[in-house]
Write a protein that binds this ligand. Sequence first.
Ligand SMILES: Nc1ncnc2c1ncn2[C@@H]1O[C@H](COP(=O)(O)OP(=O)(O)O)[C@@H](O)[C@H]1O
Ligand SMILES: [Mg+2]
Length: 322
Amino acid sequence: MVPEDTIRAALPQALQTVDLPNCGPKEQGKVRDCYTLGEQRVMVTTDRQSAFDHVLGLIPYKGAVLNLLAEFWFEQTGQIIPNHMICVPDPNVLIAHTCQPIPVEMVVRGYISGVTKTSIWYSYRRGEREIYGLRFPDGLRKNQILPEPVITPTTHGGGAGGHDERLTREEIIRRGLVEPELYTQMEQAALALFHFGSHYVKQRGLILVDTKYEFGLYQDKLMLMDEIHTPDSSRFWKADTYEERFERGEEPENFDKEFLRLWYQERGYTGDGEPPAMTDDLAVAVAQRYIAVYEQITATKFHPFSYPIEQRIIGAVAAATV
Ligand SMILES: Nc1ncnc2c1ncn2[C@@H]1O[C@H](COP(=O)(O)OP(=O)(O)O)[C@@H](O)[C@H]1O
Ligand SMILES: [Mg+2]
């Protein structure tokens, strides 16, 4: 674990954004600064924290944790499906193959849970049994494991503020968003990745509750892009207390950023209006959680570095792209 003082000292210098020279125009997502260098995409994972589709503050070390965790998973899952990673020249940087993004996000869920309007539980508790074009049995309880993991696809707006819209397999095909054959490949890859990830984290004492994958085409072939099995794209629960808590009707112990969402919800913020200012204590707690997830999953220590990191990143990218 990284000492609290180290995180606190880094707060004023956490990475908001970085301007890379000679890399063309910067494309900003909520969390990443991206540059396209022809076939290659330079992706800098910053310390920006998003929730409810808004950037709410900066979390020291969060960018590196996300990027290094994605690197870990890309290495682990390369046999299942090719992914976009070329190299990681800096803890905060991933150089990737530029893909032609497929406008459907593949959300895979192993449990019936969630509070947002796109969650299955949201519809199920209102009596719906056909959700995302899938049939669900009666008698399921909140947070129960599903008989099989399911795919609940949503649109991918690809821009800040674009809210995810529910889709079904049928609609995706009918609207011509993805060719049937390619979509079948995406389903198979998503389920295989989820199966691998669930099994892996289970041995590390965690449950992979649900996650999101993004795919693209590279040289006309399906490729996994963006990030994989990070706390930004996934939810994790602690495995050892799950059963007992579920039986008692209690919420599982989260091991992700759910407590951040709760912090905002308790203060009346769920995405609309002005968010309350993030406190230093909250930022430190979130940093500790991200680092803990990294250490738990990879079974390695996270090595903190000193801030500021802008020059380090610029140097690493320059060296990697000559
Ligand atoms: N290999 C790739 N080729 C093209 N686009 C990609 C690739 N990997 C990720 N992307 C896109 O880059 C952006 C990453 O930035 P991010 O901050 O995660 O965005 P968002 O706010 O959409 O989550 C996303 O729009 C993602 O779809
Ligand atoms: Mg993203």
